[in-house]
Ligand binder design. Sequence first.
Ligand code: NAP
Length: 521
Amino acid sequence: MQLTGNLFIGAHEVAASEGTLQALAPATNELIEPPFALGGSAEVERAATLADEAFDSYSHTSLAERAAFLERIADNLDAVRQPLAARAALETGLPQAQLEGEAAKAATQFRQFAEVVRRGRFLHLAIDPEQPERQPRPRMDHRLQKMAIGPVAIFGASNFPIAYSVAGGDTASALAAGAPVILKAHNAHPGASEIMARAIRQAVRDCGLHEGVFSMLRGGGNALGEALVEHPLVKAVAFTGSERGGMALYRRAQLRPEPIPVFCEMTSVNPTFVLPHAVEERGASIGDGFIERMLVNVGQACLKPAILVAVEGDGLDALRQAMIQRLRTSPARTMLTPGIHAAYGEGLDALLSAGAQRIAEGSPAEAANDGAAALLEVDGRRFLAEPVLAGEVFGPAALLVTVRDTEEMLAVARSLRGQLSATLQLENGDLPLARRLLPILERRTGRIVVNAFSHPQEVSFASIHGGPFPASTDSRFTSVGMTAIERFLRPVCYQGFPDELLPEALRAANPLGLPRSLDGQ
Ligand code: NAP
């Protein structure tokens, strides 16, 4: 597939105004053609103006039109699945077959959101009819529906270069809400980003929508991202990446004359608590399964199970040995970027300096950006004394925390910051302890899993990919799953309206046949 390296501002392909960058193949450290354009505040201005111009028409598309647009994006993504996965594999070092699966998942997300749009529940239609006889004051007719919040800026993630990137769930949910999208592509996979952006732009054209519905920009340094978050026509931000980056953007958005919501998904160690009966009965298979899940995506996953907490006693050594065995046989694999590779080494050093012991290593690195797996161990007392041990190390590393007794396990749980997920491995005899752990975990995590691991995650109505800070900046919402659309909606109430002036979905005859609540019923 021919790549131009241009920025996409609505229907226009725009050359570099702030220099270019070249993609890097992390497996070989070689630069890949072509050069990719970098933009700055001038491009943000153009894209935001176009997005604002597109807003009124796009946010008022019929549900059928919008659903058809999302399905067209899915079809266009399917049509480029193979070249997209090939380019993403080159730019990330991840296996092409895995990336083809990710591309299929990305297309599926657009189809799922098309279904959400058609069903119309996301509009939260509510009618409180007028009560002219009510005493002491008559009630006017009130009708509520949700509408898109405005143009949304999205920062694509580095680690899932398709399903969390340009064509990821953030884009799908924002477009489903009726919000134009300005995408800040991640510089780690510019070619894959261009292929996805072309698929989306083509769908905008195919469906006869305003060109400002979708733009894709790229920047070097922080200036473009900062300009995007500060632009007065941008009304919400979604971000996946580091805590430092997410919080810098979050703070910037709150200092705007008009603050806006910023939904950052940042960091999580997804602790696994192996309760005593489970250690005794299944310690080895839990240890093996834990390391297997930890190694997915070379440990570069927000849902990586990074910390396993188990009580000393029968079965613990079998669990530990199974973890060691599985980790020792794992080959070193290419990490996403030289920067992420370097950060992995620094993160491991920080855990070792804080008192963790390295108890196993995977095969050694053979190439510059190879991440060699590592298993570290620490006791509960040390873990509680050194908060750095509870931090995320992005890469193929795990920490075994051995606790003296169940009280220390509860203390470890209480010490944790907010998480995307937590896992309980338990048997029937563990239920009393599980009941004590649950309220502690409910306060600290978005999703609790029993007798499985939190990765992979369903994209569905009841699934959640969010959690208390620092897992995310707003624990009320999710960035994955069908309710991710809620981030980009706000309610509008129509009071005392003549029927013909109401949005179609709220008219008396319910011409769209959508579910609506009447006086809360
Ligand atoms: P990142 O450094 O946070 O960057 C993510 C995106 O935000 C990039 O487009 C980046 O632009 C932009 N950005 C970051 N800081 C910014 C700032 N201060 N102002 C404006 N824009 C800013 O994340 P990353 O590159 O994906 O990976 C780095 C680390 O993030 C990893 O080592 C890992 O710890 C963490 N991470 C976590 C998750 C997770 O799901 N928990 C996922 C991915 C990464 P530039 O590239 O142009 O700077």
